[in-house]
Design a protein around this ligand. Structure first.
Ligand code: PLP
Ligand code: COI
Length: 343
């Protein structure tokens, strides 16, 4: 069904921020005794035992993906198969039962069906942010995996993550570590984000837009920002992304490396030393929420590195961004396989 003519929610699509909004419908299913039961018309509030592993011991994981209205009026989700796979990798790391594909993909389809009014119309730079969330619940006291689980998917229409949109941001290298080499940095679990809050707060208090983290083992290499992966572009047009066991394998970054090759750039994945930042003529960070955000400046103590003029996005970051947006809007057929039509 094309949604081009359907009635949309009365929202100022061009000026949405990145905020929670109750759209009135979410998908929810509970795993009890090995059997999944879908809940009928759940509300945003969840009643769970105070003993639940998710809220005591952090046994929870989540995903972030986006739905778009393409130029043809189709509602598509960007690479949900990859989010599904990653959610189950996170779940496995925390000894949570795997989520069956029909629960994840079936739940996603129902979420889209019930929220078509909230999928931003084509042409406003907005999208529907989709948050699958998986939590361990039940009456529990000791440290062990939960015996029951809730899987829920909620959504909010959103605009840019950083309030100025596609404008270079400044990042402060944090003195805190976010994730250890053999810890949970490579999976999407809430504890990683809680650990990074203080770094982000410190960076913002010091006048930066956000924090960026070093590898915890040596504190010599760039890991990632709290919400996105880092990339740098060298003078010869090579896209360099950090290889690290403690960063999230960003689906946007994996996609961007393919886009870069498509655009004739070279790509390299390897550890990126802080000292090497001076070799990048452009830099950015990438993620579902952050999309592609140019980085104007990175500061570590009394040292700073500026990319381009520090004020405007560089030409190559802009080209990567524009191409990714064209793909998501259904205007770049070379990567049409990344879009799953759901409405
Ligand atoms: N790194 C972190 C810590 C993130 O939270 C995210 C967001 O999901 C990313 C990277 C980007 O990953 P993706 O492109 O899959 O959204
Ligand atoms: C995402 O980009 O999907 C994320 O999960 C980042 C989040 C902190 C908004």
């Amino acid at each position: 069904m094309s949604t081009a003519n359907m009635i949309k929610a009365n929202l100022d699509w061009a000026n949405l921020g990145f905020q929670y909004r109750d759209t009135g419908w979410r998908y929810r299913a509970k795993l009890t005794d090995g059997v999944w039961h879908e809940e009928a018309n759940p509300t945003k509030d969840m009643v769970i035992s105070e003993g639940s592993q998710a809220i005591n011991y952090g046994q929870q994981c989540f995903e972030g993906m986006k739905a778009y209205t393409t130029i043809n009026g189709d509602v598509v989700v960007f690479r949900p198969d990859m989010n599904f796979a990653r959610l189950n990798q996170s779940a496995a790391r925390l000894l949570m039962d795997p989520i069956p594909e029909e629960i994840f993909m079936g739940g996603l389809q129902k979420l889209i069906d019930h929220n078509l009014a909230y999928v931003p119309p084509y042409g406003h730079g907005a999208s529907l942010y989709i948050r699958p969330l998986y939590i361990g619940i039940g009456d529990n006291l000791g440290l062990k995996p939960a015996s029951e689980y809730i899987f829920t998917i909620y959504c909010s229409p959103v605009g840019p993550y950083y309030k100025n949109g596609f404008k270079p941001i400044s990042l402060m290298v944090s003195s805190y570590d976010r994730a250890a080499p053999h810890g949970t940095g490579n999976v999407k679990v809430g504890g990683n984000y809680a650990a990074g809050l203080i770094a982000s707060r410190e960076a913002k208090n010091a006048g930066f837009d956000d924090a960026i983290f070093l590898d915890a083992a040596t504190r010599r290499y760039i890991d990632e920002a709290g919400t996105s992966n880092f990339f740098g572009i060298t003078a010869d047009g090579t896209l360099v992304t950090p290889a690290s066991s403690s960063i999230l394998e960003s689906i946007t970054r994996i996609s961007l490396t393919e886009v870069a090759l498509f655009l004739g750039m070279n790509v390299e994945s390897r550890p990126v030393a802080l000292e090497e930042l001076g070799t990048f003529v452009e830099a950015g960070c990438c993620g579902t929420a952050a999309v592609v955000t140019p980085i104007g400046k990175i500061t570590s103590g009394d040292r700073s590195w500026t990319f381009g003029d520090g004020i405007n996005a560089g030409a190559q970051v802009k080209k990567l961004y524009d191409t990714l947006i064209d793909i998501q809007n259904g205007k770049e057929p070379a990567f049409a396989r990344w879009l799953t039509k759901m409405g």
